[in-house]
Design a protein around this ligand. Structure first.
Ligand code: PMP
Length: 454
């Protein structure tokens, strides 16, 4: 059934083979690979991607959710051009005013943020958040949830991809990469998402050793938490003196201007941001309570902390070290600020939700009509299509669905000009108008039809 895919993407195949001679797997990030080869894009505009064979796709990957305004948003491009013309350099290598401007925006919008540091990616943001938590508590273990992704580094590449549904519901510790020595895993405690009793028991067991609990408040950006689960986790981490880190790299500015913490009303100690924040450029940020964030301040003689706020591990000559040549890049922050300015206009998020609902309902209706069990699972402008009618509370429930059929459907979607990474979630942008959704649904139905016919 791949034959029309192979026919339509001959030039992608050729470029892929060339790339694979010089680049392992022909990709610069493992997730960008899929079978039989990834499609090579050539240009983009609004909701559309164009590949090297001249095929057009409606993009629902949107650079893994980063492009909330679609491709080439004019306000963002104008802002970048103006900034570059005004400042005359891509980067100063010194502090500049946009850093303060963006920090204030984040402090205004995120209940859990009083101070901010910028990084160049989501992974660097979670890495810094974890280091801050270790320094603040003086403890050395990290608790993370099974199936939650926080970036491609050693400490958190553990239990990210559970292989099967675990009926016992005991979380399993797995290493998700070659090259991870055991010592990372030894200091990780794995928790089951949305399973309160077990989570409570495990945290209790390790209550003196765990520095932080890190989580995606919405798993994979699409599986919502039980609200009581989040609230209880907030209370218990507080009680045990553990730092609660929300990794809002996917959800930040996606579920609304204040991320998942805004919609669930649960305030973490530290928040990691990325993706949308950079307006399509590499970025990350960590924000949190002033006392914790101040651990990385190198300033002497600035008396910001009062004595009773002094954390246990502070007070020595050396702050927590955080650095990066490109941190707070002016052009990146310009793109991010321009993006947020658009998102702040009234009606933007309701419109995103309306088009997302239109697409979700339409897909479900079509699949139901063809007798295929399905559901869409999501929050705000991100969702996944799960081919089963089991409730989806954890990523393992997705593994129980009909992934074979979903994979075939995804190939047909690519053939019909709907771009997602196979088996991955759908993200929408403000460029996805109701008319684009109608067009998507027509293509979707053709894809489903060709599947049923086979
Ligand atoms: N955390 C989450 C929740 C993410 O979704 C991602 C990226 N998919 C990251 C961290 C890592 O971000 P980056 O790819 O920018 O390093």
């Amino acid at each position: 059934e791949n034959s029309s895919f192979l026919r339509k993407t001959a030039r992608s195949a050729q470029i892929y083979r060339e790339a694979a001679r010089w680049i392992p797997g022909g990709v610069t990030a493992n997730i960008k690979y899929f079978d039989p080869y990834p499609i090579v894009m050539d240009s983009a505009s609004g909701t559309y991607l164009y590949d090297v064979d001249g095929n057009q796709y409606i993009d629902y990957n949107l650079c893994y959710g980063a492009l909330i305004l679609g491709h080439g948003n004019q306000s963002v491009i104008d802002a970048i051009n103006q900034a570059f013309a005004r400042i005359g350099t891509p980067i100063f290598g010194t502090p500049h005013r946009l850093e303060t401007e963006m920090a204030r925006v984040l402090v205004d919008m995120y209940p859990g943020i009083e101070k901010v540091r910028f990084t160049n990616s989501g992974l660097e943001a979670t890495l810094l958040a974890i280091r801050l938590a270790m320094a603040w508590t003086g403890r050395k273990k990290l608790a993370k949830f099974e199936g939650h992704y926080h970036g491609s580094y050693d400490q958190v590449l553990i239990s990210v991809n559970p292989q099967q549904r675990n009926l016992e519901r005991h979380p399993v510790k797995t290493l998700d990469s070659l090259g991870l020595p055991d010592y990372y895993a030894e200091n990780i405690v794995v928790l089951p998402f949305n399973e309160w009793d077990q989570t409570e028991e495990i945290l209790h067991q390790h209550r003196h050793e765990i520095a932080a609990v890190i989580m995606e408040p919405i798993q994979g950006g699409f599986i919502p938490p039980d609200e009581t689960f989040l609230k209880r986790l907030r209370e218990l981490t507080h009680q045990y003196g553990m730092v609660l880190i929300f990794d809002e790299v996917k959800t930040g500015f996606r579920t609304g201007l204040s991320g998942a913490q805004g919609i669930y009303g649960v305030v973490p100690d530290l928040t990691a941001l990325g993706k949308v924040l950079g307006g399509g450029f590499p970025v990350g940020a960590v924000g949190g309570w002033e006392e914790v964030m101040e651990l990385c301040s190198p300033a002497s003689g600035v008396d910001i902390l009062t004595t009773e706020q002094q954390p246990p591990s502070l007070g020595q000559d050396q702050p927590l070290f955080h650095s990066g040549t490109y941190n707070g890049h002016p052009i990146v922050l310009t793109a991010g600020l321009a993006t947020i300015q658009v998102l702040r206009k009234p009606g933007v998020y309701p419109q995103l939700e309306a088009t997302t609902t239109q697409l979700r309902n339409g897909m479900e209706e079509i699949l139901n009509r063809y007798g295929i069990a399905c559901q869409t699972v999501g929050v705000g402008s991100i969702f996944n299509l799960v081919l089963s009618d089991l409730p989806v509370r954890r990523i393992q429930d997705v593994l129980e669905s009909n992934l074979t059929l979903r994979r075939k459907l995804d190939t047909q979607l690519l053939n019909q000009g709907i771009f997602i990474k196979p088996l991955n979630r759908f993200s929408l942008s403000t460029a996805h108008t109701p008319e684009v959704i109608d067009e998507t649904l027509e293509r979707f139905e053709l894809a489903v039809k060709s599947l049923v016919r086979k």
